[in-house]
Structure formats: structure tokens, C-alpha cells
Design a protein around this ligand. Structure first.
Ligand code: BT5
Length: 335
């Protein structure tokens, strides 16, 4: 499909979802949808199948038409005072990209939430799978702060998600360095922070938060070792309530000055044997975390190194005897 046709098809799918949502779980006939959008009933059916393949649960009846079985509209539950502006999108490439486009004319605490991301991004351009039922949101912040302080805002986001999952659902949520939130060792949330800054001042920070909420665990490949809230609880949650709690926690943390201490307290990485890949590949014991987000690792030769960014693997007992990787020296040069 060419770009223009694809965009048109996406627009139609979004309009169908909006119509189904407006019916609040009631039936909407294929004819009514077709007439409103100027397409045939066969074309409506094709779009419904496409929406189902994206994960929307839509019931079809030859007599009654179509109706949407969840997910519930999240914005109804988010109090106005928590965001300067709340932008709800049915489908977008990436909420972080959308946020970046509007950042310069937006106020701090503008929040963008999408039901689906078609090109959700992880760090280093990796794919972030974002089917309906999850929480895909980006927060635009404009603090009067130096670029070196940016990590504090990412820390606040991961601590806020962790605390919310613990308090609302009693989940054993902990933070894997640098900012993944795990439940029982499986990834339930990822955070992607992007900043625009001058040498000495931040223009804006975009904090992208992805939480696997009401999705089946089988919607994510097994090898990712991921989980979802509904898989852990065996029930669906009210996503609006969770978003509200995360925003409240983030605001409170950033005002309190306790972000770093909480981030350390909730760390699942400290005191573990880990392998960190980034500028090199190094294995050792994670001994501490620093206020700027750096991980201090004791290599097997006893040397301490400081790592500011990278991908961290928590080693299982079977791998714990592995020594420092062959490129460990390379990492220490960057540390
Ligand atoms: C992250 O990257 O963990 C950051 C994810 C940030 C997503 C949010 S959603 C809202 C906002 N808009 C965006 O476009 N992004 C942000 P990273 O540490 O690089 O992890 C990426 C890796 O996690 C992938 O390579 C997969 O292995 C795995 N993965 C992808 N989708 C996942 C999911 N839904 N749940 C768990 N793991 C996933």
C-alpha cells in the first residue's frame, strides 16, 4: 500500500473505533458505519478485521453489526489538575514523536496518550510493541534545569510506575538499571527519555512510558521475558486510575527531592551479578548507583568501573561463574 492509501486506511480504522466507542459498548450497524464514512459494508468488514488483528476486541453480528468490547476510555479518570493538557489519540506512530512535534509550543506537563502505537520505539531505535490495552504515553516537561540533571526525571518516572504497581495492585515491582520496571523478573514497563537542550539549559524533556497493562502475555514474544499487569493479576485494570497514580507520584517525587534515594531503594540490580553491554561488554557485581544514574560495577579483577548507559542483563545462577567479558577493558576506558 502506498503511504497516502495507508494513511487513509488508518484514518478510516480510527473513525470506526471512534464510532464504536461513542456507542459505549452498544451495537453499531455496518450500514451506519459505511454510510458515515462513504465506504461499502465489505470495506467496513475489512477494516474491522484489520482492527482485530491490531488487538481490538470487536464482536460482530450479521443482524446487529459491531460492538467494541473494551478497552475502556482512559481519559475519563484522569483529573484535570495533573496535566496542563491531555491529548488522547486512537493511533499514532509514537507518542514520543508526536510530543516532540508539539513540544516547543506546549506547556510543561502536557501528556500525550495513544491507544495504539504503530511505530513505538525503545532505546537505540529498537521496536516497542504497543497493542491496544496497554498504556503508551509521553509527558512533556520543561524544567529550569541543566542537561546533566535530565536523568532525575527518568528516575522519577520509573520510581512512580514502580510505586503505583506496588500500591495499587500489590505487585512485586522493582527497577532494573537503568529504568526498566520488572515484576517478578519480567519486564512490564519501559521508559524512553529524549531531551532537547542547549549547553547549559534544557529546552524540553519527553518522557515516554510504556506499561503492559490489559494485554495478554502471549501478545509479546516469549524470548522478551515480558509480562503484563492483566497476566499477573488475572484480571483487567482501570488504566485511567493507574495513569493518574503515576502522574501524582511523579509530581510528588520531583517536588520532594527523594527521587534518587527511592530509585536506589527500589533497584533490583544492586548486589546482583550483571552483564552490561553498551560501549563494550562487561560482567561483574553491581555495587552501587550514583545520583547521575551511573552504575558502579566491580569487575572480576577487582577494578571498579562506572557505566553511564547500556543494556543490563541480570545473570541467573547458571551464568554467575562467567568472568568479565573479553572487551571489558574497552568499557573501562569509557567509564
Ligand atoms: C524501552 O526500550 O524499554 C523503552 C520503551 C519505551 C516505550 C514508550 S511507549 C510511549 C513512548 N513512545 C514510544 O515510541 N516509546 C515510549 P529498550 O530498553 O530499548 O527495550 C526495547 C526492547 O524491549 C525490545 O528490543 C524488545 O526486546 C522489548 N520489548 C518491545 N516491546 C515490549 C513490550 N511491550 N513489553 C516488554 N518488552 C518489550
Amino acid at each position: 500500500m502506498r503511504m497516502k492509501e495507508r494513511r487513509r486506511a488508518e484514518e478510516i480504522s480510527c473513525s470506526i473505533i471512534r464510532m464504536l466507542r461513542a456507542a459505549s459498548g452498544g451495537w453499531v450497524s455496518g450500514k451506519a458505519i459505511g454510510d458515515a464514512l462513504g465506504i461499502s459494508r465489505a470495506a467496513v468488514w475489512k477494516h474491522i478485521q484489520h482492527l482485530r488483528s491490531m488487538g481490538y476486541r470487536i464482536e460482530a453480528s450479521t443482524r446487529l453489526g459491531y460492538r467494541l468490547l473494551g478497552p475502556e476510555p482512559v481519559h475519563l479518570h484522569i483529573p484535570k489538575h495533573l496535566c496542563s493538557r491531555l491529548i488522547m489519540l486512537e493511533s499514532v506512530g509514537s507518542t514520543n514523536d508526536f510530543a516532540r512535534e508539539i513540544a516547543s509550543e506546549s506547556e510543561s506537563w502536557t501528556v500525550v496518550i495513544a491507544e495504539v502505537q504503530t511505530a513505538g520505539r525503545g532505546r537505540l531505535g529498537r521496536e516497542w510493541l504497543s497493542p491496544p490495552g496497554g498504556i503508551w504515553m509521553s509527558i512533556i516537561l520543561k524544567p529550569m534545569a541543566a542537561p546533566s540533571e535530565a536523568f532525575r526525571y527518568t528516575m522519577a518516572a520509573s520510581v512512580a510506575v514502580c510505586r503505583s504497581l506496588r500500591d495499587l495492585y500489590d505487585l512485586n515491582a522493582r527497577i532494573k538499571w537503568p529504568n526498566d520496571v520488572l515484576v517478578n523478573g519480567r519486564k512490564i514497563c519501559g521508559i524512553l527519555t529524549e531531551i532537547s537542550a542547549e549547553l547549559d539549559i534544557i529546552n524540553h524533556i519527553i518522557i515516554g512510558i510504556g506499561i503492559n497493562a490489559n494485554m495478554s502475555a502471549s501478545s509479546l514474544p516469549e524470548e522478551w521475558n515480558a509480562t503484563t499487569i492483566s497476566a499477573e493479576l488475572q484480571r483487567e485494570i482501570a488504566r485511567g486510575e493507574l495513569i493518574t497514580r503515576v502522574l501524582e507520584e511523579m509530581r510528588a517525587l520531583l517536588e520532594s527531592g527523594e527521587v534518587y534515594q527511592e530509585w536506589v531503594r527500589l533497584s533490583d540490580t544492586i548486589n546482583r551479578r550483571v552483564r552490561v553491554q553498551g560501549f563494550g561488554d562487561v560482567t561483574g557485581l553491581a555495587v552501587s548507583l550514583e545520583p547521575d544514574g551511573a552504575l558502579i560495577l566491580r569487575r572480576d579483577d577487582g577494578n571498579l568501573i562506572r557505566i553511564l548507559a547500556g543494556d543490563c542483563i541480570h545473570l541467573r545462577s547458571a551464568e554467575q561463574s562467567t568472568g568479565a567479558g573479553p572487551q571489558a577493558e574497552e568499557v573501562s576506558r569509557y567509564a
